[in-house]
Ligand binder design. Sequence first.
Ligand code: BES
Ligand code: MN
Ligand code: ZN
Length: 503
Amino acid sequence: MKITVTKGDIASVECDLLALPFSSTELKNEAAKTLSALGIDLQVLKDFRAEAGEVVVLYGVSHKCSALRVALLGIGEGKSLDDWRKAAVSFAARSVAMKIENVAVDCSGIEAFAVSTGQSVATLATAFVEGCFTGSYRFDDLKSGKLDKKPSDQKSKGIVELLFRVDSGAVEESEKGVAEGAIIGSCQKMAKDLVNLPGSHLQAEDLAKAAEESGKKYGYDVTVFHKKEIEALGMGGLLAVNKGSHYPPTFIILDYKPKGKVKSVVALVGKGVTFDSGGISLKPSENMGEMKSDMSGAASVLGAVEAAARLGLPLHIIGLIPATDNMPGATAQQPGDVITTYSGITVEVGNTDAEGRLILADALTYGTEKYKPDVIIDIATLTGACIVALGYAVAGFFSNNDKLADEIYQAGEQSGEKVWRLPLWDLYDEQIKSDVADVNNTGGRGAGTITAAKFLEKFIDGHKNWAHIDIAGPSFSPKSAGKVSGGTGFGVSLLLEVLKKRV
Ligand code: BES
Ligand code: MN
Ligand code: ZN
């Protein structure tokens, strides 16, 4: 997507679809003025309420306006960043559905809008561009097109060009914001693509290759431990989960150091289960294919580190990704097995489907011990129970540090990737006691998200600034009418926002 900020007259913006964003309060005055100036019949305002994301496309636009078509774009009351992002998503989705590749948006009101939302012009520009990436995203890499009958079946190029039209005073800030939006948007796209690739196309080694490519391109170090090194290190959790697999595991380390001074050292750990069948504790077959998304945590860590590197954040950021699939088979680990993790802590494997915490355990201990980070945050599609508790839109999270918890909550509000804190009370430890090992990897029916977090807490070696984010719900949209299903890239923007708070 080529994005250009322009300050020319609205009427002279050349494109195939020009969006005119309006809030409900602007409908009476400003909207009528803008439309009249473009020679548009005001009757259309009868059918437009400016609800966030509402799009009304107008044809037969007068000769006064260089755009081929115009779209009225609703931004709700014009007070919220979420509504603004929603409008961008909806505008882009409509453009792509109509196979329109050259679009423009009139952001004449962006400075006033910045005041009413309490956001900067740059942030608003970033959010709009991010929304355009989201709304125009399609995953069609695996479609050959051989069965397409009509031209409309063909793969879409998405939005090829976006003109972002502002008044001259807002050009500089908009350019900054647009550039950041393009970086975040492309990192989210990378994360979604990885999530959408099934086990036939993405195994642990492939995830490592994707990380290496990103590191090479954007100037940060990537080290990959292969099976031999993982064995030598004694990462018993990762090896146990990998036992039933045909493919070797990898342990991927992303290491971004800024050019100048380092403000703090942050470790991000992402669950990289490329496919989770449950192992011997096999999952039911219905929708099991969605478990290709069980490496969403890994994808969001990779996306966030790449974005931080491209933005040049003054932080030392280490991304740690333990990767494998979780398969049943003659060599697979068995329920009741006792394994020794990297930390030396022994675990009774009550359920082989609670595999995420086993691989995260090794990564958390390795990360705290080796890098002594100021903060360590893990992100994982860890429990179905989190979907029961918070649904598909919101992630659950935990922290042993109230300040960090507050930062993560605020980052969720700002990025639009909402999170809700759950407790880490010790009374939940009862549920994961084992008779034969130091701890059990399952805690029974109640509070499944919390017992998973209590399990992870044992592997951070007393670190005082840790958080765990459970993205089982928001990482993947199941198939439903009218919505694009698949990976969402949830976590990239959230983590980046957390990182920005530390600079
Ligand atoms: N990857 C799953 C969690 C999950 C479920 C993510 C649904 C996204 C959608 C995880 O490995 C798992 O299987 N967790 C078990 C834990 C249980 C066995 C203690 C679960 O949630 O059922
Ligand atoms: Mn599982
Ligand atoms: Zn899993």
